[in-house]
Design a protein around this ligand. Structure first.
Ligand SMILES: *[C@@H]1O[C@H](CO)[C@@H](O)[C@H](O)[C@H]1NC(C)=O
Ligand SMILES: *[C@@H]1O[C@H](CO)[C@@H](O)[C@H](O)[C@H]1NC(C)=O
Ligand SMILES: *[C@@H]1O[C@H](CO)[C@@H](O)[C@H](O)[C@H]1NC(C)=O
Ligand SMILES: *[C@@H]1O[C@H](CO)[C@@H](O)[C@H](O)[C@H]1NC(C)=O
Ligand SMILES: *[C@@H]1O[C@H](CO)[C@@H](O)[C@H](O)[C@H]1NC(C)=O
Ligand SMILES: *[C@@H]1O[C@H](CO)[C@@H](O)[C@H](O)[C@H]1NC(C)=O
Ligand SMILES: *[C@@H]1O[C@H](CO)[C@@H](O)[C@H](O)[C@H]1NC(C)=O
Ligand SMILES: *[C@@H]1O[C@H](CO)[C@@H](O)[C@H](O)[C@H]1NC(C)=O
Ligand SMILES: *[C@@H]1O[C@H](CO)[C@@H](O)[C@H](O)[C@H]1NC(C)=O
Length: 466
């Protein structure tokens, strides 16, 4: 495969990857076909009453102990808020949700009911048990401050306006429904202990709420109620979606067996916008990095094939570069470091960082070099068949490449130059330098005005070339 082909493929792959991530951002949807007991992390349950048990959300207690179950209310929300509308963009989201609930009476006839709710916050109103279904309480009932819209499944006629003990109603900031429909006519008994399938649909364009239910085992959703309602008039831009339920003197188990939600993403979420930025930037950076590596490999291969015109180019590049190697004479280094005075050392192993540089061969080579017999390191099998200066230079280069501070190691360019004899081997200090944390890039040393950094770093000798 040619260089341009490789590059093209990489670019396309990254573009597709980035695009795939981006399209995943574009929806607010989830689908729980059941609720594993050990995994409540996806839900917010503002009271300990609500919990996950038996692969279902138990909005109120599921134990058959009447005294414990009396006068309870609970709420369970999906963990993230849903953006229902946007004032600045003048749009409203459409959504649909499908869930299956099971209501099992504990008392002779059960109470009180369960609701699908959209709420401004993820709290549970105090004293929202009994007739309040966990939707509102005596203080917030009828007030726009309740900030809640509910589709209630009421199992008890608890006040005169309630149709009966088997109805569905639409509630806006009140326990008194703006519309209610008796389910007897549909052949549905919601408190018979059977799973009941419900679908709630909101059209954000014509502002219509519809409730559909699977009735008498036909497997089809039948429209039960549909009415115009502008949710944006009653709810904040972002809402929590979930369920509420309550019991009174009459108790029942209020379980959610499955729940799927699918909503438009009308965007404009600061956090998401932030993530979007990351999702665009990261692939771009990765593309640039990979292109760099690929280009380097290509460049290197090309220049290996035609070595004769390679080196003049390197020389020019080095001279023109801001990274041009600095050469220090040993005398200068001695002066700068107080003759390599140990007191100028920052410390061994650097602030408790483990010195993983404990390589026996490297120490041995440093020791040989100090005693000026670095050529003793050469394999005796070569029986002296080599250029001594070249060999010594190569060994010194090897030590420079093992410098504990990666920033001090010679660049590939310098290594090539030294190996071809165009540059002298790097100048090394007499002693092996210690590893220091943090490893400073050499640019710090250019800042001669900075006395602190200078005094901290002078123990380390600059290598010739980088
Ligand atoms: C949810 O997932 C189940 C399977 O896991 C599937 O049968 C069901 O149709 C899905 N519901 C929705 C609304 O997508
Ligand atoms: C439950 O609430 C009702 C109505 O407020 C009250 O009469 C009854 O005493 C309460 N029961 C318990 C056990 O708190
Ligand atoms: C609602 O449900 C249908 C599938 O039944 C789906 O095609 C649609 O995209 C859903 N979402 C919204 C926001 O309407
Ligand atoms: C709840 O508030 C409504 C007004 O929205 C009012 O008509 C009704 O009487 C109140 N219900 C109760 C039980 O207080
Ligand atoms: C189910 O209920 C509907 C509406 O009440 C009725 O028309 C239909 O005949 C029922 N179907 C069955 C199979 O009972
Ligand atoms: C629904 O079923 C429950 C439990 O079997 C029963 O007590 C109740 O009377 C039934 N309600 C209706 C309206 O049929
Ligand atoms: C609103 O739009 C939906 C389609 O999204 C349609 O089914 C429904 O009949 C419309 N309702 C009204 C009142 O126009
Ligand atoms: C719905 O209510 C919002 C907020 O009050 C308003 O901006 C929007 O125009 C309303 N939509 C319609 C169709 O009336
Ligand atoms: C609930 O039961 C208690 C005692 O059992 C009784 O005093 C109270 O009147 C009942 N409340 C309602 C609303 O039925």
């Amino acid at each position: 495969m040619s260089f341009s082909r490789v590059f093209e493929s990489l670019f396309l792959a990254l573009l597709l990857l980035g695009g795939g991530i981006l399209t995943q951002v574009g929806c607010f949807s989830f689908n729980f076909s059941n609720f594993p007991d050990q995994n409540p992390v996806d839900f917010l349950m503002p009271s300990a009453i609500s919990h996950i048990e038996g692969a279902a959300i138990q909005v109120t207690p599921n134990v058959n102990t009447e005294s414990y179950n009396i006068n309870r209310s609970g709420r369970a929300f999906y963990k993230n808020e849903f953006r229902l509308w946007s004032k600045s963009k003048d749009v409203a989201a459409s959504f649909n949700t499908t869930f299956v609930f099971t209501i099992t009476p504990h008392t002779n006839s059960g109470g009180e009911g369960l609701a699908f709710i959209l709420a401004a916050d993820d709290t549970l109103p105090q004293s929202s048990d009994g007739q309040w279904l966990g939707i509102v309480n005596a203080a917030t009932n009828g007030s726009s401050q309740a900030n809640v819209v509910a589709v209630e499944f009421d199992t008890r006629k608890s006040y005169p306006e309630d149709l009966d003990g088997d109805h569905v109603g639409l509630d806006v900031n009140s326990i008194n429904s703006i519309k209610q429909v008796s389910l007897g006519g549909y052949g549905v008994n919601i408190s018979a202990g059977n799973p009941t399938s419900v679908r709630v649909v909101y059209d954000g364009k014509n502002n219509t709420v519809s409730v559909l239910m699977m009735t008498n085992g036909t497997g089809e959703y039948m429209p039960v109620m549909s009415l115009p309602l502008n949710l944006s008039d009653h709810l904040p831009e972002k809402v929590f979606v979930g369920f509420s339920a309550s019991t009174s003197n009459y108790t029942q188990q209020n379980s959610i067996n499955s729940w799927a939600f699918d909503g438009d993403d009308i965007g404009e979420d600061a956090a998401r916008a932030g993530l979007l930025w990351v999702w665009i930037t990261v692939p771009v950076v990765v593309i640039v990095l990979i292109s760099g590596v690929v280009f380097y490999m290509y460049w290197e291969r090309k220049h290996r094939e035609r070595p004769e015109d390679a080196y003049p180019m390197i020389e020019d590049q080095i001279r023109g570069s801001s990274m041009a190697p600095l050469n220090f004479k040993l005398r200068e280094l001695r002066k700068a470091t107080g003759n390599f005075n140990p007191r100028n050392k920052l410390g061994k192993g650097g602030f408790g960082t483990h010195n993983d540089y404990n390589n026996g061969i490297v120490y041995w080579l440093w020791a040989l070099r100090r005693e000026d017999r670095i050529l003793d390191a050469v394999d005796s099998k070569l029986s002296g068949q080599f250029d001594e200066d070249e060999m010594a230079g190569t060994l010194v280069l090897g030590l420079a490449c093992c410098h504990p501070n990666p920033h001090q190691r010679p660049s590939m360019r310098t290594v090539l130059q030294v190996l071809t004899g165009e540059a002298p081997p790097p100048l090394l200090p007499a002693e092996r330098p210690d590893f220091v944390w943090p490893a400073m890039p050499p640019s710090f040393k250019e800042d001669t005005d900075n006395g602190f950094i200078k005094s901290q770093l002078t123990p380390f000798t600059e290598l010739a070339g980088r």
